[in-house]
Every structure is written in C-alpha cells, then in structure tokens.
Write a protein that binds this ligand. Structure first.
Ligand code: HEC
Length: 144
C-alpha cells in the first residue's frame, strides 16, 4: 500500500528540474512555476511521510494550504493557450478545456479538504495518495 502511494506521488513529480530550463514564453514559465511550487510542497510532505524529515503537523498543513492556493491558479494560468518548445502541456487542454478545468478544481478541493486533517505521521501517506491521484488524473491526459 505504502509503495503504491509513493509511486503515485513520484509519478506526479515527474522530471520537473529538467523540464523547467530554457523556457522563453513567460505565460508558460508562470504555469510551470506554479506546478513546481506544488511539486515542492509534495516533496515536503513526502519527506516527512518517508521519515526523512521529522513529522511536523503545522508544516504539513502549511504545505497543504500552499497546494490548495497554488492549485486555485491552475485554471486561470492555463486558460489562454501559450506554447513553448520546452512545454510539456498537450494541446488537448484547450480542446477539452472543461474537463481540464474540472481536474484543476478537483486538485484544489482535495488539498483544501485535507488542510488541518493531518495530525500524525501515519496520516501523510493517505493524504499524499489522495493528492497524487489528482495530479496523476490530469498529467496522464494533459502532460507529455
Ligand atoms: C488540471 C491539470 C493538472 C493538475 C491537477 C496538476 N498538474 Fe502538474 N502539470 C500540468 C500540466 C499541463 C503540466 C505541463 C505544463 C507545461 O509544461 O507547460 C504540469 C507540470 C507539472 C510539473 C513540472 C513543472 C515544470 O517545472 O516544468 C510538476 C512538478 C507538476 N506538474 C506537479 C504537479 C503536482 C505535484 C500536482 C498535484 C498535487 C499537479 N502537478 C497537478 C497539469 C496539472
């Protein structure tokens, strides 16, 4: 079970560091920055879940709050199509915009719902699993 949770989280994080460099379009850069920030928060929670960092409930909840706040921007950042050779966004986003927007708000709602719920280290894995599911639902369709 734990393994699955981390696998999902890792898939969601993807190859962020590599994807980011050399982007010229500022709108593409802005949406990547938001994604990167979300990814960084997932890493904070992931490190605590794996025991690599000491459990800190308030830090975990701060990370969830940040994920919710950043996810709330996904819709507006992606709505106008912007392209860049370095972008991993698929054209289907603008073809199936309503579905994409729905997945973005699902990520926000999930993160929002988890804020304040994590009071022990054991709660981190399931929280990551739920969140990772929302990342994966979108990435599997709309990210290269
Ligand atoms: C509604 C769709 C959607 C959701 C939900 C979503 N993402 Fe993304 N994400 C994308 C798209 C599209 C890209 C590619 C953007 C680009 O390259 O232009 C991306 C890119 C990324 C990147 C790479 C950023 C970079 O520097 O290039 C990371 C990291 C990332 N997402 C993490 C996450 C995590 C973690 C979650 C869940 C907590 C998540 N995303 C939820 C659509 C989504």
């Amino acid at each position: 079970m734990k393994k699955t949770v981390f696998a999902v989280a890792l898939v969601a994080l993807g190859t962020a560091a590599l994807a980011h460099g050399g982007v010229k379009n500022k709108d593409v850069m802005a949406r990547m920055e938001v994604m990167k920030t979300i990814g960084d928060q997932m890493k904070i929670i992931g490190a605590m879940a794996k025991g690599e960092a000491a459990f800190d409930a308030s830090a975990a909840n701060d990370a969830l709050t940040e994920i919710a706040a950043q996810s709330a921007q996904i819709g507006s950042l992606f709505e106008t199509r912007a392209d860049d050779p370095k972008s991993e966004a698929l054209p289907a986003i603008w073809k199936d915009w309503e579905d994409f927007a729905h997945l973005a708000s699902a990520a926000e709602t999930t993160a929002e719902g988890l804020i304040g719920t994590v009071s022990a280290q054991a709660g981190l894995g399931p929280a990551l699993g739920q969140l990772g599911g929302t990342c994966k639902a979108c990435h599997s369709k709309y990210r290269k």
